[in-house]
Design a protein around this ligand. Structure first.
Ligand SMILES: [Cu+2]
Length: 248
């Protein structure tokens, strides 16, 4: 989660040879961070997203243009499955986040690159009001094209090594495409609050710093749609949850 990463990088910057001063500084720094991040809670929701039913056969797409950079075929990549049918690149969020959930003072930079005519990563998270830097590492022209409902549409031509920064004001899940290469698809998920996560290749996600209570967990995957489950955070911790999504 953004908050956890922000705190870790702050504490890692302290270096001095005097042990006593380091201890005092660390204590002061940690106390400061705790004050900055508001009240802390022990509640954790830890879980994974899995596919119910038989895994569909992977789809390949023939590439007929710009093969000198793009290659001759691509994986559809719209359903990332582990051998145990765990789903990667699913987005999980709390529909009812804890009251007063605050963003860290400085969120990480969000980048989406284009490499061999594929968006990397395919799914990114950005806070509402935040910016995504679109990169192009390919020695050819792409264009980034999106027609969102609640954010501003854009369609920008992009030569190699030009960075295009786009700011997203409103929470929304936005598809990014390239008009030159029909198989190129990616997603920008604009988050309403800090309790959003993208599952890893093992389907796992985790939310911490939660007060006890009932939460509605929502899960979105580009091919499987959305599903939601109720989760109760209490004792014992953490609250394990497995979210099943139906095969297409
Ligand atoms: Cu392209």
């Amino acid at each position: 989660m953004w908050i956890a990463r922000h705190q870790a990088s702050g504490a890692g910057t302290l270096r001095t040879s005097r042990r006593g001063r380091v201890t005092r500084c660390l204590t002061a720094l940690l106390a400061g961070l705790l004050c900055l991040s508001g009240p802390s809670f022990a509640g954790v929701i830890k879980g994974k997203v899995v596919l119910a039913g038989a895994a569909p056969a992977p789809r390949k797409i023939d590439v007929t243009i710009d093969q000198y950079v793009c290659g001759t075929e691509k994986d559809a990549a719209d359903l990332l499955l582990s051998p145990r049918k765990e789903i990667g690149n699913a987005v999980v969020w709390l529909e009812n986040p804890p009251a007063g959930a605050a963003w860290p003072a400085r969120a990480d930079k969000v980048e989406m690159d284009q490499k061999a005519c594929v968006y990397v990563p395919r799914v990114v998270l950005v806070p509402a009001g935040g910016t995504v830097d679109f990169l192009n590492s390919d020695r050819l022209l792409h264009n980034i094209h999106a027609t969102p409902k609640d954010n501003v549409s854009f369609n920008r031509t992009q030569p190699k090594n030009r960075t295009i920064s786009v700011t997203f004001a409103k929470p929304e899940i936005i598809k990014i495409t390239c008009d030159l290469h029909a198989w190129m698809e990616a997603w920008v998920v604009v988050a309403a609050h800090p309790y959003y996560a993208i599952t890893g290749a093992d389907g796992q996600f985790e939310f911490d710093n939660l007060p006890p209570g009932n939460y509605r967990l929502k899960v979105w995957q580009e091919r499987l749609g959305t599903t939601s489950v109720q989760v109760t955070v209490g004792e014992p911790q953490p609250t394990p949850v497995t979210v099943q999504m139906k095969a297409p």
